[in-house]
Design a protein around this ligand. Structure first.
Ligand code: AMP
Ligand code: ZN
Ligand code: FE
Ligand code: FE
Length: 280
């Protein structure tokens, strides 16, 4: 095998498996490489790099940054940044503050609806201490709602409460633009990729985001159809940009592995050389 899965989450954000477990699963799936791309943090990367060396599988340091463009939440993937770069780490810490206040806003809304979920409860569900480098996200809140019996599934939690426009949805405080995230990633020596354009429900955004200065696009994603993947691949090729892909693995939450199992979407390992070259 010569394939790499370039999009996975761990317990450093809203994934359910430790970074070392993701790497082990990738190895068992026969992959040659795996990236760790947690939301707004690189806290899981070092553990994964160590496990990769131990098992003989390439681990790519990555991140997935939450941004907004004209009211749509856009995710930007970064690869091969210097994960010790002080400015980059400070910028991610700011992102986590925005995320924390968004989370508090959601909990306040839920409280008003008579569902008093607390931050402590979320941490307990996430199974961790209050580590400021790790992020809490909506999937943890969804877990809490399922656990309390408020809803029957994670999907129902999003559909009724947590998705944009639903009962407990809170617009995050001003988020950075995707273009700012590209700059952050590149200033830290990394390559910036538009994550899963098929999830934004505005098809023109793929081109706008790519032409806004990204190094490439995630054409292959667990929630993209073959037709979408082909369209995004063509957009990138026409512009001489990089085509990436990955599962967006988060682990199996009650009733489903979203977005897909490790290795569900992959690219050839040679894509890593292109990412490194773009990362310069
Ligand atoms: P957050 O970064 O805290 O806003 O949470 C984002 C995560 O929630 C994403 O990585 C998705 O996996 C998940 N998510 C977002 N929207 C939905 C949805 N409508 N249904 C199910 N999961 C979702
Ligand atoms: Zn997530
Ligand atoms: Fe995402
Ligand atoms: Fe993701």
């Amino acid at each position: 095998m010569n394939q790499a899965d370039l999009h996975t989450h761990t317990t450093a954000s809203d994934g359910l498996h430790r970074p070392s477990e993701n790497v082990r699963m990738a190895k068992e799936a026969g992959l040659a490489g795996i990236a760790i791309t947690d939301h707004d943090t690189v806290a899981g990367v070092e553990e994964a790099l160590r496990e990769g060396e131990r098992l003989g599988i390439v681990v790519v340091p990555g991140v997935e940054i939450s941004t907004a463009y004209e009211g749509t939440e856009i995710h930007v993937l970064g690869y091969y940044m210097n994960i010790q770069d002080p400015l980059f780490l400070a910028r991610l810490a700011d992102q986590r503050k925005v995320r924390d206040s968004r989370n508090e806003g959601i909990l306040n809304r839920l409280g008003e609806l008579g569902i008093p979920v607390t931050m402590e409860e979320l941490r307990e569900i996430a199974g961790r201490d209050d580590n400021p480098d790790e992020t809490i996200g909506r999937p943890h809140i969804a877990d809490a709602l399922v656990k309390r019996g408020v809803v029957g599934s994670i999907q129902e939690a999003f559909d009724r409460y947590l998705a944009k426009g639903r009962a407990a949805y809170v617009d995050p405080p001003p988020r950075i633009t995707p273009m700012e995230a590209y700059d952050w990633i590149r200033e830290a020596g990394g390559a910036a990729i538009v994550a899963h354009p098929g999830l934004y429900r505005k098809e023109e955004l793929a081109e706008i985001l790519l032409d806004g200065g990204a190094d490439g696009v995630e054409a292959y994603h667990s929630d993209h159809s073959p037709e979408q993947a082909e369209r995004y691949r063509q957009l990138a090729i026409a512009r001489g940009k990089i085509v990436t892909g990955g599962s967006d693995f988060h682990g199996a939450r009650k009733g489903g592995v979203y977005h897909g199992p490790i290795g569900n979407r992959t690219v050839d390992i040679s894509v890593l050389e292109r990412l490194k070259a773009a990362a310069r």
